[in-house]
Design a binder for this molecule. Structure first.
Ligand SMILES: Cc1cc2nc3c(=O)[nH]c(=O)nc-3n(C[C@H](O)[C@H](O)[C@H](O)COP(=O)(O)OP(=O)(O)OC[C@H]3O[C@@H](n4cnc5c(N)ncnc54)[C@H](O)[C@@H]3O)c2cc1C
Length: 1016
């Protein structure tokens, strides 16, 4: 038993576990050590939960009442943003009111007593703030360096070691990243000055071989670079290291230890890469006082540890520390995986994380020469296993350490310490505002069903159960309280599932994109013909398509159809119509599925074409292809649904209601979703049984030619779909006005959309039908930023919405309508965030903002910016440097104090130009947001349930996004399209879309003959 080996007073100087303790029966030994730890605890006392109102409410009550827990945590998270007493009481009332039906009766009864303003609100606000602050202070050691130093001294007095972590807001701007670096440098200087002159405390200042660093800091790499993005490991590493090296240098010089914290899964490989890269540099290669957190809840962990060990052993030759934790982002990882359709990277049953923790523990202790372990856990079983394993392997007791979080599980810390082990406390410090997010994470963790602390201290589960081998308790846990990962809900259309986007945090996805770009580059400059009735047709003139990022690159030449060829294409489509109409729906649906398969097989290649031809950054290009696949699959499924006639039979009468196609469809597509929109409109028409003439945008004709290749490879019969690139002004009117055309599906500008609508409305002689026009036009979309918005999220969301694909989406958020109390603060961060964006050629993985589509677009946008300068204050304009000569680049522009009636606020610019408008209150914001002739997308960042409700009702747009960016609609999940001047027709990717391509018919048959009718 360890208690026999280690002095009970905790001065433990025994460095080796005695031979008597070494046993092969690791399980028995684990339980013995666990019991010893429990014996030293008081499990009945309030370990986490003090008798205060707040602690009881949030932790105790909330634990047993999930609805209350969520609402109270949300309230705590919002609290620092609330300025007045009235705001505080309003939010409390709203949060509790929202979950009213699920709340305990006594809370429901107190709801009406929450004051609505006046002095009582002030008292409530004061009490709430003080309570939350006190609670936060339980987990956060201080708000500045002197307070952190005082906390550290207090810990040392209890013979506890520390590692300090700086809490901060998300690093959204480069200025903030600089500030984080400075804070770490100040922290290191302040701590070493104070701590190194304190008398030595052998329990924490020495391991089995001698002195170890007294000062220990933990750092999150994403805080050091605002554009931290695993899609670009090299660029991310370069920028992080620029700020990290001075921190490491300072730590090395002052004899401190630096630990790299681990964040979400998508950052893991980048973090490991940077860790290895910098520690291989000559300056740091022989420095042993660095470590990294590794999360055992990930399926990759064992392999990562093996790679880390091999790297230290074979390359670096100086050991590094590994802090083994289970991981703090389990809910986030499972939600993201469910949203994206990606494999879940974490174990999904609690016992699996625990069991993996034990396997990784053994691995670390077996490789202690290279990887010096720190076991970060509050789980007595996990820790007891680590201690037992160390004893079995004869690892000196002081070689490794146990780490726990500040403010949590103090009795366990003391028990472990009393067994003679070094215990280090992870000690966050920082301002209350950013600290709230940390507090909420701790509260969630402590009150989670699967938390060891909750099970042992709040639920009073018996010791034997708590100490069971995770593998043995598998069945019990699964059948009781293990949380299942979330799954998508709702009715998928006939089994439709969105095609997952590429996960560029994975090396395989990045490598595939790099090779596809190289492969496609070797095919640039070719000439593509028209395709009419499946025959390649050349034409006297061609369209030249250039890479907007590098205008010297000719992507390809595409035949430009003449008016006569347009007529020929319509004739081919007319000739093919009858047999295509009679083709069974299942066959037409199967055709779309074959097209989707073509896309899947050529996924990276098509993304590379989109990237090079239309200047789409990697993620946007990939999303375009994924959406094209979705359209094929979704419309195939939808048509199969619609193909079932509706029967309403009565005795003697049969009634069938069903659909049939309209005829020849002309599809006129834009360049900004070069594959997705063209595919969406064309496949909807085709699966409905229409034949198609496709007129792609001039700027994206090469990708359109690739689409035509896919259609042919999928077996498109002659004439069913015809490829007719050309100059819109030249052939557009011919296509739109031709009497044999039944419908026009258009996506593009308002001006052209209205013109098409007008031209199509005329009914020339010989035309025996009225044409149907489906048009998706522009937007001047607004995002409202409420006074209580989470600014980290709002700034990021507005930046992404405004500048994603250089603002060239009809869904782009080109107006930010910001409530007055938060306006100045928001604008400062917004400008810095825009300044931090990487403007680059779209084929570079780190590109956040690429070029605009062509010279004409660039010149038009620049003219609108010039005009804007006379209307509002140009608050930010990016300097492009050399890029301006290389391609069609326009950097991000932000106009502030924009008058709502100005052209900046009213006209669609279709470029990276954002107008920021100030609103007095929510009513004013809604009036401004609704005050354009468009109604496409809109957004709101707010944490007030009541305001969100108002906005849901009164912000009249086709697609409203709450607390997220206003772009990136997914087929089926967010059917897309607007009204007013934003569009004619129903939403693409939605259940009504195909109806527009169909004619409904009813057939009624009188089945009665001479007084009798067939039985039903
Ligand atoms: C000193 C220290 C430093 C830390 N640094 C980091 C860090 O850098 N990065 C980081 O991510 N975390 C870090 N953590 C946080 C740590 O991951 C959490 O404290 C941990 O989640 C709690 O684990 P436990 O062993 O104390 O508790 P337990 O209650 O035994 O384990 C809880 C953990 O089990 C996992 N789990 C819960 N439900 C399931 C389920 N259904 N299926 C599978 N697994 C499940 C989750 O990871 C959960 O957090 C650190 C913790 C400490 C003590």
């Amino acid at each position: 038993m360890p208690s026999d080996a280690a002095p009970k007073d905790g001065t433990g100087t025994a460095d080796h576990a005695g031979p008597a303790m070494v046993t092969n029966d690791i399980e028995a030994q684990t339980r013995r050590i666990g019991s010893e730890i429990f014996a030293r605890l008081d499990r009945h006392g309030p370990v986490l939960f003090t008798p205060s109102w707040w602690d009881d409410q949030l932790m105790g009550l909330g634990m047993h009442d999930p609805a209350l827990k969520v609402q109270l945590f949300r309230f705590v998270d919002t609290l620092p943003y609330l300025r007045t007493g009235t705001d505080v009481s309003r939010h409390l009332r709203e949060y509790l009111g929202e979950a009213k039906a699920d709340l305990p009766g006594w809370i429901r009864r107190t709801l009406p007593w929450i004051p609505d303003g006046g002095p009582l609100s002030g008292v409530l606000a004061f009490t709430a703030r003080k309570g939350a602050e006190r609670m936060a202070r339980r987990f956060i050691a201080g708000s500045n360096v002197p307070e952190a130093v005082a906390a550290v001294k207090a810990m040392r007095a209890r013979r506890l070691a520390f590692t300090i972590d700086l809490l901060g807001e998300a690093t959204v701007t480069e200025t903030e990243a600089d500030h984080v670096q400075k804070q770490y440098l100040d922290l290191l200087a302040g701590l070493t000055r104070e701590v190194n002159r304190l008398p030595e405390e052998p329990m924490v200042d020495r391991d089995d071989r001698g002195p170890i660093p007294r000062v220990n800091v933990s750092i999150k790499l994403s805080a050091l670079f605002s554009q931290f993005d695993p899609i670009d490991p090299a660029g991310t590493s370069r920028s992080v290291l620029r700020r990290l090296r001075p921190i490491l240098r300072s730590a090395k010089e002052s004899g401190a230890f630096v630990n790299f914290d681990m964040e979400q899964y998508s950052f893991k490989d980048a973090t490991l890469r940077i860790f290895r890269e910098v520690l291989n540099e000559p300056e740091f290669r022989d420095w042993p006082h660095v470590g990294i957190a590794i999360q055992a809840y990930l399926r990759d962990t064992e392999q990562d540890l093996r790679d880390l060990r091999d790297w230290v052993k074979d390359e670096r030759n100086t050991p590094v520390g590994v802090r083994l934790v289970k991981g703090a982002y389990w809910d986030y990882e499972t939600v993201i995986a469910a949203q994206q359709g990606w494999p879940v990277p974490v174990w999904t049953r609690k016992w699996e994380s625990d069991a993996n923790y034990e396997r990784c523990t053994d691995f670390l202790l077996e490789n202690v020469e290279w990887l010096v372990p720190a076991f970060g856990s509050h789980n007595v079983r996990s820790l007891a296993h680590a201690l037992a394993s160390a004893e079995r392997l004869g690892v000196p007791r002081r070689r490794f350490e146990i780490q726990m979080l500040y403010g949590m599980a103090d009795p366990i810390k003391e028990a472990i310490q009393s067994l003679g082990y070094r215990v280090r406390i992870y000690t966050p410090y920082g301002q209350l505002l950013p600290g709230m997010a940390y507090l909420v994470r701790r509260l969630l963790e402590n009150s989670s069903n699967d938390s060891f602390l909750r099970a042992s201290f709040a639920e009073g589960i018996p010791e034997e159960e708590l100490l069971m081998n995770p593998a043995d308790i598998m069945e019990r846990i699964e059948s009781t309280n293990s949380i299942a990962p979330p799954k998508a809900q709702g009715r998928p259309s006939l089994g439709f599932r969105n095609e997952p986007l590429a996960d560029f945090s994975q090396e395989a996805s990045r490598t595939a994109m790099i090779s596809a770009l190289a492969e496609v580059r070797s095919q640039l400059g070719k000439t593509y013909p028209l395709v009419i009735a499946n025959r390649a047709v050349s034409s006297p003139s061609t369209i030249e398509s250039r890479n907007p990022s590098r205008t010297s690159e000719l992507v390809g030449r595409v035949a430009a159809a003449s008016k006569e060829q347009a007529v020929a294409a319509i004739a081919a489509a007319s000739a093919a119509f009858e047999s295509w109409r009679e083709t069974p729906v299942v066959q037409r649906a199967a055709f779309l599925q074959r097209v989707a398969q073509q896309f899947r097989e050529r996924r990276c290649e098509l993304s590379a074409w989109a990237c090079l031809e239309t200047g789409k950054p990697w993620r946007e290009a990939d999303a375009d292809i994924a959406e094209a696949i979705d359209f094929c699959e979704y419309y195939a499924a939808e048509m199969l649904r619609l193909a079932n006639p509706q029967h309403r039979d009565v005795p003697g009468e049969e009634n069938a209601y069903f659909y049939e196609p309209r005829g020849v469809a002309v599809v006129i597509a834009p360049w900004n979703f070069p594959l997705a929109i063209l595919t969406g409109m064309a496949t909807a028409a085709l699966v409905a049984g229409n034949t198609v003439v496709m007129k792609p945008a001039e700027q994206s004709s090469v990708i359109a030619a690739k689409f035509m290749e896919c259609l042919q490879a999928a077996g498109a019969p002659p004439g069913v779909v015809n490829f007719l690139p050309g100059d819109g002004e030249e052939i557009g009117p011919t296509l739109v006005q031709h009497p044999d055309v039944a419908l026009i599906a258009f996506t593009g500008s308002l001006k052209v959309g209205l013109l098409i609508n007008e031209q199509a409305s005329r009914t020339p002689g010989g035309q025996s039908h009225v044409k149907r026009v489906i048009a998706e036009m522009g937007g001047k979309n607004a995002i409202i930023v409420d006074a209580d918005a989470d600014l980290d999220e709002a700034v990021r969301g507005v930046i992404e919405s405004a500048f994603g694909y250089a603002g060239q989406k009809c869904s782009a958020g080109s107006r930010a309508v910001v409530l007055e109390p938060i306006y100045d603060q928001f604008l400062v961060r917004l400008i810095e965030a825009a300044r931090s964006l990487t403007v680059a050629p779209a084929d570079e993985p780190g590109c956040a903002l690429g070029p605009v589509i062509d010279a004409e677009a660039r010149d038009r946008i620049l003219r609108m910016i010039e005009k804007g300068k006379s209307e509002a204050r140009l608050a930010y304009a990016a300097d492009l440097g050399e890029l301006a000569n290389q391609g069609y680049f326009v950097g991000p522009h932000i106009f502030a104090e924009v008058p709502e009636a100005s052209s900046l606020a009213q006209d669609e610019i279709f470029g990276p130009v954002l107008s920021v408008l100030k609103a007095r209150d929510l009513d004013d914001a809604l009036r401004i947001a609704n005050g354009t002739p468009y109604a496409l997308t809109g957004g709101i960042y707010s944490r007030s349930p009541k305001n969100l409700e108002q906005v849901r009702r009164r912000f009249r747009v086709g697609n409203l996004y709450v607390n997220r960016r206003c772009t990136g609609a997914l087929v089926d999940r967010q059917p897309f399209g607007g009204f007013k001047l934003s569009g004619i027709g129903s939403k693409a990717g939605g259940p009504d879309y195909l109806l527009q391509f169909l004619l409904p018919r009813t057939i009624t048959e009188n089945t009665m003959r001479r007084g009798f009718a067939p039985a039903e």
